[in-house]
Design a protein around this ligand. Structure first.
Ligand code: ZN
Length: 419
């Protein structure tokens, strides 16, 4: 499979917001003014630069750095070299995309259409670009991990997570997209051609590795899954000591399937009783686990007496199997109780993947492509009539951005020169 990221040269591009093109061209003429502007911008961001490991400059640039002007594709741009470690930073103005002829305003429209679920081909038609150019743009944006971009927005690493795999297809093969969500943001969107515990551990491990690089003491306290074995096992392997809960809404939807042969109105009424039961237990302020244990027993008994002993027995077995995961949800009030927000993220991906034939071939850059889709999910503001209209997921979760423009934020946050 060709979905592993290829090794590449260290990218030390820094995208700088010059507000308008005229300002940029005016500044180009005077080194002092240009450098002052760039330094002021870096200061306002509060980001450090990726100098070489040995550098004594501590992540900043000084007025003594070395500056050169070069021509790139007809445009003059500046390169700044750290005199201590010799790392060279390319200052890219906001109206240029790295290595791409496509202008950011064209890219913006194409990315919004992509995010909305329009196929690459149709996005390309309405923006008058080639589908391959759009695919490559996405893959370039996806070189930067979701964890890095989210922490650059000031979001803390998530202590309670939702984890589940979205099912998709690559041509005729089944593939899986291991996903981690916390609140309104996607923290990981991986790709796996197997549903084994080992494969999921490898994918979720990518998230953990980047998180530990940022915060060596990072620990997940709780993870909610739908109870699928490979998911649970991979969580247990990667986050030993974390509470592992099972989604309560998933349990609710599963109950009718345990009552095969029972008439629909009866199943519906039992589902609603189960709903009330779970809801009442969650509302309690103490002894929630004890209360759930008692009520599950009574509920199974009542099913045995009202619809039949075999049904009662089947439901009792199912409870036995899953109750530890439900207890976990009730034992810690900070645990998420349902994976609704993860389902929403998966549904949003579904529309895009269905519409994108470019994604569905084994030689594609799936990892980068999916990461880019996750960036769009996190950064593009919700539409006008939505609950959090005008805000994006990162903002709803309390993150802050360098600018008020999502496209510019995407350019800046995925710049390779910041750390
Ligand atoms: Zn340096």
């Amino acid at each position: 499979m060709g979905h592993a990221a290829k090794p590449r040269r260290h990218n030390r591009t820094i995208t700088v917001d010059f507000r308008d093109e005229a300002t940029y061209f005016a500044l180009l003429g005077t080194t002092k003014a240009f450098v002052e502007f760039v330094l002021a911008f870096l200061l306002s961001l509060g980001f450090q630069l990726t100098h070489k490991a040995s550098c004594s400059e501590g992540g900043s640039l000084t007025r003594h750095s070395h500056y050169v002007r070069i021509r790139l594709g007809g445009l003059t741009i500046w390169r700044i070299q750290c005199t201590a470690c010799k790392a060279v930073f390319t200052v890219l103005p906001h109206f240029v995309l790295r290595y791409r002829r496509m202008r950011p305003d064209v890219a913006r429209q194409a990315l919004i259409a992509t995010h909305g679920g329009l196929s690459l081909e149709w996005c390309a038609v309405i923006c008058n670009i080639s589908p391959m150019a759009l695919y490559r743009l996405l893959c370039a944006l996806g070189q930067h991990s979701v964890v890095i971009v989210l922490t650059r927005c000031g979001l803390p690493l998530p202590t309670y997570i939702l984890a589940d795999e979205k099912h998709s297809r690559c041509l005729t093969d089944k593939v899986y997209l291991p996903t981690i969500v916390s609140g309104r943001v996607i923290w990981h969107l991986g790709y796996s051609d197997s549903k084994s515990a080992a494969a999921f551990t490898a994918s979720y491990g990518d998230f953990q590795r980047v998180a530990l690089q940022i915060e060596p003491a990072y620990r997940v306290r709780g993870a909610l899954t739908d109870g699928f074995d490979s998911t649970t096992q991979s969580m247990r392997t990667l986050f030993p000591g974390a509470r592992l809960g099972y989604c309560l809404r998933h349990a609710l939807n599963k109950l009718p399937s345990k009552l095969m042969g029972v008439s629909a109105p009866v199943r519906k009424s039992l589902r609603s009783q189960f709903h009330t039961l779970l809801h009442r237990c969650r509302q309690r302020t103490s002894l929630r686990v004890v209360a759930l244990g008692q009520r599950l027993r009574h509920f199974a008994d009542s099913i045995a007496t009202t619809v039949g002993a075999d049904h009662g027995e089947r439901v009792r077995h199912w409870f036995q199997d899953k109750k530890a995961g439900w207890y976990t949800v009730l034992a810690d009030p900070r645990m998420p109780a349902s994976s609704t927000l993860l389902d929403q993220a998966n549904n949003a991906m579904d529309r895009k993947l269905f519409a994108m034939k470019g994604f569905h071939h084994p030689g594609g850059s799936q990892a980068a492509f999916l990461t880019a889709l996750a960036h769009l999910y996190n950064l593009i503001p919700y539409q006008r009539r939505a609950l959090n209209a005008g805000q994006c997921g990162v903002e709803v979760e309390g993150g802050v951005f360098p600018t008020t423009d999502w496209m510019l934020n995407l350019q800046i946050l995925t710049s390779g020169g910041f750390r």
